[in-house]
Design a protein around this ligand. Structure first.
Ligand SMILES: NC(=O)c1ccc[n+]([C@@H]2O[C@H](COP(=O)([O-])OP(=O)(O)OC[C@H]3O[C@@H](n4cnc5c(N)ncnc54)[C@H](O)[C@@H]3O)[C@@H](O)[C@H]2O)c1
Length: 261
């Protein structure tokens, strides 16, 4: 069969996006709307239940399929309940986007001084949270004969020069490990590494006049900042038949910030 752009469609698929309901303009919201637009039924999952409901309502208003689920990804019970809700509502799970993370709320504590509690708090969400969500959905993916997991990492992990960066580099390790271990079961696991994105959190963390933006202006090949919607095409590739032979990869969507051979 020759290629058709229909291979990007996700009709009949069920997708969970974590961290899709927190701030107004977030990457998770763009991902949830994009997946719904491609035909998937979307579980909008966030620790912020009200925000998740708002995004689910937006999808429904646009004619898509969605439910909101309150989840704390650091709790095994909570992630299992999220997977169960998804299966009850839509009959299975095909796609998990591990997007929830702590980022804008983190200080810039140096590794030499960071208290162990703070270190654990960051890793519990940014790394263990993605593991727990993956463990919760993998049985449902196996039952469907395969699935896709996309982990949201960051250009800030290449190289890691902050605790946040270490957490995203570790999540990259989880990506390649799960990819190797689940590939024969037709479960593909990839990562998206965004550059500086104009989500509400991104603008809060790095305002236009911040030193980091000046640094990027000297180093990024194209535009320094992208909009959340500019990540969606890559997500659809990784979640659809069009990207069926891609696993264990980190796709940088960053205007040419992290240049890799
Ligand atoms: N904005 C950027 O410039 C940028 C760049 C690179 C990577 N990222 C990554 O993209 C993702 C989304 O970023 P964003 O800018 O939309 O930020 P955001 O803060 O709007 O999104 C993070 C979401 O995670 C949720 N969350 C936090 N802890 C949770 C928990 N324990 N359980 C469930 N949900 C929880 C928050 O409520 C929030 O909705 C994050 O993984 C972030 O690290 C962002």
């Amino acid at each position: 069969m020759s290629f058709s752009t229909d291979q990007f469609r996700l009709d009949g698929k069920v997708a969970i996006v974590t961290g899709a309901g927190g701030r107004g303009n977030s990457i998770g919201r763009a991902y949830a709307m994009g997946l719904a637009n491609a035909g998937a039924a979307v579980v909008v999952a966030d620790i912020n239940a009200e925000g998740a409901q708002r995004v689910a309502d937006e999808i429904l208003a646009a004619g898509g399929k969605a439910i909101a689920v309150a989840v704390d990804i650091t709790s095994k019970d909570s992630t299992l309940a999220m997977a169960q809700r998804a299966t009850e509502a839509f009959g299975g799970i095909d796609i998990l986007v591990n997007n929830a993370a702590l980022m804008a709320e983190l200080g810039s504590l140096p590794a030499a001084e960071i208290p162990l509690d703070e270190w654990n708090r960051i890793f519990n969400v940014n790394l263990t949270g993605a593991l727990l969500c993956s463990q919760a959905v993998i049985p449902a993916m196996r039952a469907r004969g395969g699935g896709r997991i996309v982990n949201q990492v960051s250009g800030g992990a290449f190289p890691a020069v902050s605790i946040y960066g270490i957490s995203k580099l570790a999540l990259t390790g989880l990506t390649t490990t799960l990819a190797r271990q689940l590939g024969r079961e037709n479960i593909a696991v990839n990562a998206i590494a965004p550059g500086n994105v104009t989500s509400d959190a991104g603008k809060l963390l790095t305002p236009d006049d911040s030193p980091f933006i000046k640094f990027l202006e000297m180093n990024v090949a194209m535009r320094v900042r992208g909009a959340p919607d500019e990540l969606v095409g890559t997500l659809l590739l990784l979640c659809s038949q069009a990207g069926a032979w891609i696993t264990g990869q980190v796709i940088h969507v960053d205007g040419g910030w992290v240049l890799r051979p």
